[in-house]
Design a protein around this ligand. Sequence first.
Ligand code: LMR
Length: 390
Amino acid sequence: MFDKLKEQPADSLLALINTFHADPREYKVDLGVGVYRDEHGRTPVMRAVKLAEAYLLETQDSKRYLGPQGDLSFVSLLKPIIFGAGPNLGDRIVGIQTPGGSGALRIGAELVAAANPNAQVWLGTPSWPNHAPIFRSARLAVKDYSFVDLATQKIDFARVVEALSSATAGDVVLIHGCCHNPTGIDFTAEQWKQVAALLVEQKLVPFIDLAYQGLGDGLEQDAEPARFILDSVDEAMVAYSCDKNFGLYRERVGALYLASRNSMDLYIADTNMASLARVNWSMPPDHGAAIVRAILESKELTGIWKTELQEMCARVNGNRAELAAAHPDLAFIATQRGLFSNLAMSKETAAALRLKHGIYLADSGRMNLAGMQPADADAIVKALHAEGAL
Ligand code: LMR
């Protein structure tokens, strides 16, 4: 049987993790995979997380199963962080715990396929490289359209309007809620309004990917566009990740939320999420969600977590400012948000930056600004210049 399989290429982004570690050079900069790094180049366990883990070690008295929806206290404690403290939150939104944002996207994709197998998923490019494969593996058709022009570092808004205007009622639109991955370029307030109007007019279902809340402008500000979209439409889906804003990467902590104005539809969709979780992973892993729950149940730990997140956010934006100031052609980096910026370059140029200069970017030219130190800005600019990327 196995002889019928075709060899699959390694994920080129994740492969960078090992290539970087195996590189013996003393000077190297890891701008590859999207993890936060501190001023010592480490990805530390957050203090609030350590305290929550100590608390769990002390108090957790069972590892019994929780069921396919996972830890529902975790799911509801996150709700006001994501959706605000609106009065109808409970009635309009249901959710389940998932293994990371990827698990939420996967279950969401299968839910769409079950509800409307003919739905097309509209995906602005470039996007996170795993988006299209996840939707395709749920047997959904993916419709690409150009979202950002890397040469100008601007949203190609005319193409966005054109794409959404040509979508069919019931189609799904993947939207980055904040901190666009890979470009760091989000819609302006005016563009969000136009997008919301188009979603309503065309009867499209937004599927919002919110994986970096708190790492752009702050927890509240980063959630505002998603809240606005949810207020505007009848139905929406939100894939949420705590991997980045709680620094829980390998614990795989996320949630899938569904919003609807029809409570019976919402109830039925909720039962579908649970049964899809059951066939995919039966029940999600607990530890990461238990940590987030313990943090959000405690006023003190929540305060510590929010302060740490603000510090992380400030460091990333400080790195942005530093690199933007190091060369006039990189000035746009200061105006973008989240971990990433995507320079226009070929795969060969990205490889030359790695091999000749020890500057590790994704093959696509995406760089993780959290991976640098302010003092690296000159070396990065020099390398970009030497390889003709500036
Ligand atoms: C990234 O975009 O670098 C992260 O989300 C890691 C991943 O899973 O691709």
